[in-house]
Design a protein around this ligand. Structure first.
Ligand code: CA
Length: 220
Protein backbone atom coordinates (compact mmCIF):
# COMPACT_ATOMS: atom_id res chain seq x y z
CA UNK A 1 0.00 0.00 0.00
CA UNK A 2 1.44 3.32 -1.02
CA UNK A 3 0.31 6.57 0.55
CA UNK A 4 0.87 10.20 -0.35
CA UNK A 5 0.97 12.73 2.49
CA UNK A 6 0.47 16.39 1.47
CA UNK A 7 1.16 18.57 4.49
CA UNK A 8 3.27 21.73 4.75
CA UNK A 9 4.06 21.35 8.44
CA UNK A 10 7.23 19.30 8.17
CA UNK A 11 7.06 17.93 11.69
CA UNK A 12 3.55 16.55 11.24
CA UNK A 13 4.27 15.27 7.74
CA UNK A 14 7.45 13.49 8.80
CA UNK A 15 5.92 11.93 11.88
CA UNK A 16 2.99 10.60 9.82
CA UNK A 17 5.49 9.14 7.34
CA UNK A 18 7.54 7.50 10.05
CA UNK A 19 4.51 6.07 11.81
CA UNK A 20 2.99 4.67 8.64
CA UNK A 21 6.30 3.18 7.51
CA UNK A 22 6.46 1.27 10.78
CA UNK A 23 3.09 -0.18 9.75
CA UNK A 24 4.60 -1.33 6.42
CA UNK A 25 3.12 1.38 4.21
CA UNK A 26 5.26 3.03 1.53
CA UNK A 27 4.94 6.78 2.04
CA UNK A 28 5.72 9.82 -0.12
CA UNK A 29 5.55 13.30 1.37
CA UNK A 30 4.88 16.58 -0.37
CA UNK A 31 5.10 19.92 1.45
CA UNK A 32 3.27 22.05 -1.12
CA UNK A 33 -0.13 21.92 -2.73
CA UNK A 34 1.10 22.14 -6.30
CA UNK A 35 3.66 19.36 -5.94
CA UNK A 36 1.12 17.30 -4.03
CA UNK A 37 -1.34 17.62 -6.88
CA UNK A 38 1.31 16.68 -9.46
CA UNK A 39 2.25 13.53 -7.53
CA UNK A 40 -1.37 12.62 -6.80
CA UNK A 41 -2.29 12.86 -10.45
CA UNK A 42 0.77 11.11 -11.89
CA UNK A 43 1.57 8.30 -9.43
CA UNK A 44 -0.58 5.38 -8.32
CA UNK A 45 -1.47 5.82 -4.67
CA UNK A 46 -3.76 3.70 -2.53
CA UNK A 47 -4.58 6.66 -0.30
CA UNK A 48 -3.91 10.40 -0.09
CA UNK A 49 -3.69 12.22 3.24
CA UNK A 50 -4.38 15.84 2.44
CA UNK A 51 -4.03 18.90 4.64
CA UNK A 52 -6.43 21.74 3.80
CA UNK A 53 -4.26 24.78 4.45
CA UNK A 54 -1.34 24.48 2.04
CA UNK A 55 0.86 26.88 0.12
CA UNK A 56 0.04 26.92 -3.58
CA UNK A 57 -3.12 24.88 -4.04
CA UNK A 58 -5.31 24.25 -1.01
CA UNK A 59 -6.33 20.73 -0.05
CA UNK A 60 -9.89 21.45 -1.11
CA UNK A 61 -8.77 22.62 -4.55
CA UNK A 62 -6.55 19.56 -4.97
CA UNK A 63 -9.40 17.28 -4.02
CA UNK A 64 -11.81 18.90 -6.47
CA UNK A 65 -9.27 18.85 -9.29
CA UNK A 66 -8.43 15.18 -8.75
CA UNK A 67 -12.06 14.14 -8.76
CA UNK A 68 -12.65 16.24 -11.86
CA UNK A 69 -9.83 14.35 -13.55
CA UNK A 70 -11.52 11.10 -12.56
CA UNK A 71 -8.88 10.13 -10.03
CA UNK A 72 -10.78 8.36 -7.28
CA UNK A 73 -7.99 7.51 -4.88
CA UNK A 74 -9.43 7.62 -1.34
CA UNK A 75 -8.68 10.95 0.36
CA UNK A 76 -8.37 11.58 4.08
CA UNK A 77 -8.54 15.31 4.75
CA UNK A 78 -6.76 16.96 7.69
CA UNK A 79 -8.46 20.03 9.11
CA UNK A 80 -7.62 22.45 11.89
CA UNK A 81 -9.65 22.21 15.07
CA UNK A 82 -13.13 23.64 14.92
CA UNK A 83 -13.28 24.49 11.26
CA UNK A 84 -16.59 22.74 10.75
CA UNK A 85 -17.24 24.46 7.44
CA UNK A 86 -13.96 23.02 6.12
CA UNK A 87 -15.11 19.52 6.99
CA UNK A 88 -18.38 19.95 5.20
CA UNK A 89 -16.70 21.50 2.20
CA UNK A 90 -14.02 18.80 2.24
CA UNK A 91 -16.55 16.01 2.06
CA UNK A 92 -18.50 17.90 -0.61
CA UNK A 93 -15.37 18.31 -2.69
CA UNK A 94 -14.90 14.55 -2.82
CA UNK A 95 -12.89 13.61 0.27
CA UNK A 96 -13.76 10.25 1.84
CA UNK A 97 -13.07 11.09 5.46
CA UNK A 98 -11.55 13.81 7.59
CA UNK A 99 -9.56 14.09 10.77
CA UNK A 100 -9.23 17.14 13.02
CA UNK A 101 -5.77 18.28 14.12
CA UNK A 102 -4.28 17.63 16.57
CA UNK A 103 -4.95 13.90 16.41
CA UNK A 104 -3.51 10.78 17.98
CA UNK A 105 -1.55 8.62 15.54
CA UNK A 106 -3.72 5.62 16.46
CA UNK A 107 -6.75 7.49 15.23
CA UNK A 108 -5.08 8.37 11.95
CA UNK A 109 -4.05 4.75 11.55
CA UNK A 110 -7.60 3.53 12.16
CA UNK A 111 -8.90 5.86 9.42
CA UNK A 112 -6.09 4.86 7.06
CA UNK A 113 -6.89 1.19 7.58
CA UNK A 114 -10.59 1.75 7.04
CA UNK A 115 -9.95 3.64 3.80
CA UNK A 116 -7.42 1.18 2.38
CA UNK A 117 -9.47 -1.90 3.17
CA UNK A 118 -10.39 -4.16 0.35
CA UNK A 119 -13.43 -3.18 -1.71
CA UNK A 120 -16.85 -3.92 -0.26
CA UNK A 121 -17.81 -7.55 0.08
CA UNK A 122 -14.47 -8.80 1.32
CA UNK A 123 -14.25 -10.50 4.64
CA UNK A 124 -12.91 -8.56 7.60
CA UNK A 125 -9.26 -7.81 7.95
CA UNK A 126 -7.85 -11.20 7.13
CA UNK A 127 -6.70 -11.65 3.56
CA UNK A 128 -6.30 -15.22 2.48
CA UNK A 129 -5.76 -17.58 -0.40
CA UNK A 130 -5.55 -21.36 -0.15
CA UNK A 131 -3.99 -22.04 3.27
CA UNK A 132 -2.12 -18.73 3.38
CA UNK A 133 -3.52 -15.92 5.51
CA UNK A 134 -2.48 -12.41 6.46
CA UNK A 135 -4.08 -10.41 9.25
CA UNK A 136 -3.76 -6.69 8.54
CA UNK A 137 -4.44 -5.77 12.16
CA UNK A 138 -1.73 -7.74 13.93
CA UNK A 139 0.51 -8.47 10.89
CA UNK A 140 0.23 -12.20 11.47
CA UNK A 141 1.02 -14.29 8.43
CA UNK A 142 0.31 -18.01 8.44
CA UNK A 143 0.61 -20.89 6.05
CA UNK A 144 -1.62 -23.59 7.45
CA UNK A 145 -0.88 -23.50 11.16
CA UNK A 146 2.66 -22.34 10.73
CA UNK A 147 3.37 -18.70 11.55
CA UNK A 148 5.67 -16.95 9.10
CA UNK A 149 7.94 -14.06 10.06
CA UNK A 150 8.36 -11.48 7.31
CA UNK A 151 10.33 -8.26 7.04
CA UNK A 152 8.35 -5.06 6.60
CA UNK A 153 8.89 -4.99 2.82
CA UNK A 154 8.11 -8.68 2.37
CA UNK A 155 4.91 -8.14 4.30
CA UNK A 156 3.93 -5.14 2.17
CA UNK A 157 4.62 -7.11 -1.00
CA UNK A 158 2.58 -10.10 0.16
CA UNK A 159 -0.29 -7.84 1.23
CA UNK A 160 -0.34 -6.24 -2.21
CA UNK A 161 -0.38 -9.65 -3.92
CA UNK A 162 -3.13 -10.86 -1.60
CA UNK A 163 -5.29 -7.86 -2.42
CA UNK A 164 -5.13 -8.81 -6.10
CA UNK A 165 -5.47 -12.60 -6.11
CA UNK A 166 -5.41 -14.40 -9.45
CA UNK A 167 -4.41 -11.24 -11.28
CA UNK A 168 -1.18 -10.84 -13.16
CA UNK A 169 0.72 -7.94 -11.62
CA UNK A 170 3.58 -6.36 -13.51
CA UNK A 171 6.81 -5.48 -11.76
CA UNK A 172 6.04 -1.81 -12.37
CA UNK A 173 2.64 -2.14 -10.71
CA UNK A 174 4.23 -3.86 -7.75
CA UNK A 175 6.93 -1.20 -7.45
CA UNK A 176 4.34 1.58 -7.63
CA UNK A 177 2.32 0.19 -4.75
CA UNK A 178 4.97 -1.27 -2.48
CA UNK A 179 7.90 1.14 -2.68
CA UNK A 180 7.95 4.91 -2.20
CA UNK A 181 9.26 7.51 -4.62
CA UNK A 182 12.64 7.87 -2.98
CA UNK A 183 13.49 4.20 -3.02
CA UNK A 184 15.93 3.09 -5.68
CA UNK A 185 14.01 0.18 -7.03
CA UNK A 186 14.91 -1.83 -10.08
CA UNK A 187 12.71 -4.53 -11.61
CA UNK A 188 15.35 -6.92 -10.28
CA UNK A 189 14.54 -5.78 -6.72
CA UNK A 190 11.04 -7.18 -7.13
CA UNK A 191 12.49 -10.52 -8.25
CA UNK A 192 14.73 -10.56 -5.20
CA UNK A 193 11.85 -9.92 -2.79
CA UNK A 194 9.60 -12.43 -4.55
CA UNK A 195 12.44 -14.90 -4.01
CA UNK A 196 12.57 -14.11 -0.29
CA UNK A 197 8.81 -14.54 -0.01
CA UNK A 198 8.80 -17.85 -1.86
CA UNK A 199 11.50 -19.12 0.44
CA UNK A 200 9.53 -18.19 3.54
CA UNK A 201 6.10 -19.28 2.30
CA UNK A 202 7.36 -22.74 1.37
CA UNK A 203 5.72 -25.34 -0.87
CA UNK A 204 3.50 -25.76 -2.77
CA UNK A 205 4.50 -22.67 -4.70
CA UNK A 206 1.75 -20.09 -4.49
CA UNK A 207 3.39 -17.17 -6.33
CA UNK A 208 3.47 -17.96 -10.03
CA UNK A 209 5.81 -16.27 -12.47
CA UNK A 210 4.04 -15.16 -15.62
CA UNK A 211 6.95 -14.94 -18.00
CA UNK A 212 7.33 -11.56 -19.65
CA UNK A 213 4.52 -10.03 -17.56
CA UNK A 214 5.03 -10.37 -13.84
CA UNK A 215 3.59 -12.40 -10.99
CA UNK A 216 0.33 -13.92 -9.91
CA UNK A 217 -0.83 -15.22 -6.58
CA UNK A 218 -2.84 -18.24 -7.58
CA UNK A 219 -5.50 -20.16 -5.74
CA UNK A 220 -8.90 -20.04 -4.13
CA1 CA B 1 -1.13 23.29 6.73
Amino acid sequence: MRILVVEDEHKIANSIKKGLELESFAVDVSFTGSEGFDLASSEEYDLIILDIMLPGLSGLEICKKLRKENIHTPILMLTARGQVSDKVEGLNSGADDYLTKPFAFEELLARVRALTRRPKGSVGQVLSIENLSLNTLNFEVKRGKKQIMLSSKEYALLEYLLRHPNQVLSKDQIINHVWDYESDVLPNTVEVYIGYLRGKLGKPEIIKTVRGFGYKLEGK
